[in-house]
Design a protein around this ligand. Structure first.
Ligand code: ADP
Length: 295
């Protein structure tokens, strides 16, 4: 099984001809609310890919909180350890212009209250094959989660997003680091993904750098990095492509697939998601992934 320790946000998305400058008002085209947050997105991706998934995090006592919890449950993610914290849920305020460019303000809300684990969390993590972590919860709990999983012999998979410097104790307890190419460059100062992956291998035993439409690069200590090309598809919305990839990758690795094959399987999932509008709503189900992977 898979445990996700991460964020859940309501994405409030305004579609506009062009983004307003400070002090300016523009009339937008449309608005929608979409459940998001990197943690919740990875959990939904893994559940749809066929994983047995539990989520540790927090929603607020506002209306969004109930919707975020209901969305996870609807997607068959176990929410027994999802906390409800007094106050606002996490929100992401997104402006998308006609060119598809975006500007985003994230307000952590309830996510910011998850500062440490309790006994129940620890017991759950101990039963998992993998713990998925990102950087949208307070760093203290991310560090504690990774250390706990390491102590219990559970594989840790860290998506280092949003990009920020990583404390050494977090790197020391990460088994698999999955940056996109921008995060890999930010972490290492190296713009070549291959060089960045090799540099990251000094700190963690296994690295996957995702490269958008080009695919992903798999690197493990003691071997040459392997490039796994992505399926060529017509992308209409790449929101949460990386989260779809990580969720599916965790499922494939948990089933014992060797790494390059697991990457290809995860890329089949991500390629399906980018061909559809939306974040978690665009994530493929296992039967769809199998059909695409087999073809
Ligand atoms: P992020 O969404 O975190 O920025 P990437 O853009 O690197 O991450 O995308 C993650 C994965 O999603 C890629 O490794 C690839 O498998 C898949 N993907 C992203 N964009 C495309 C695309 N245009 N065509 C096919 N696959 C894509």
């Amino acid at each position: 099984s898979i445990v996700v320790l991460g964020s859940t946000n309501m994405d409030l998305v305004a579609y506009v001809p062009r983004a307003p400058a400070l002090g300016e008002t523009v009339t937008g085209r449309s608005f929608r609310t979409v459940p998001g947050g990197k943690g919740a997105n990875q959990a939904v991706a893994a559940a749809r890919a066929g994983g047995e998934v539990s989520f540790i995090g927090a929603v607020g006592t506002d209306d969004f909180g109930e919707r975020l919890r209901a969305n996870l449950e609807h997607c068959a993610v176990d929410t027994d350890l999802l906390r409800t914290a007094e106050g606002a849920s996490g929100t992401a305020h997104v402006v998308v212009d006609d060119e598809g460019g975006n500007a985003i303000v994230v307000i952590p809300g309830a996510n910011g209250t998850v500062t440490s684990l309790d006994h129940g969390d620890e017991a759950l993590i101990g039963t998992a094959d993998a713990l998925l972590l990102q950087l949208e919860l307070p760093l203290s709990v991310v560090v504690e989660g990774a250390a706990t999983a390491r102590r219990l012999g559970v594989r840790t998979v860290l998506t280092p997003a949003p990009a920020r410097p990583l404390p050494p104790e977090l790197l020391a307890t990460t088994d698999l680091l999955v940056p996109n190419e921008h995060e890999a460059a930010a972490l290492t100062g190296l713009t070549d993904p291959r060089e960045a992956a090799l540099a990251l291998l000094r700190d963690v035993p296994e690295v996957v750098v995702t490269l958008g439409a080009a695919g992903s690069l798999y690197a493990v200590r003691g071997a040459d990095p392997v490039m796994v090309p992505a399926p060529r598809v017509r992308a209409v919305d790449t929101t949460a492509a990386g989260d779809t990839f990580v969720g599916a990758l965790a499922v494939a690795l948990g089933e014992g697939r060797p790494a390059p094959e697991a990457l290809a399987w995860a890329q089949a999932a991500a390629a399906l998601s980018v061909q559809r509008e939306g974040a978690s709503t665009s994530m493929p189900f296992r039967t769809e992934i199998e059909a695409a992977f087999g073809s």
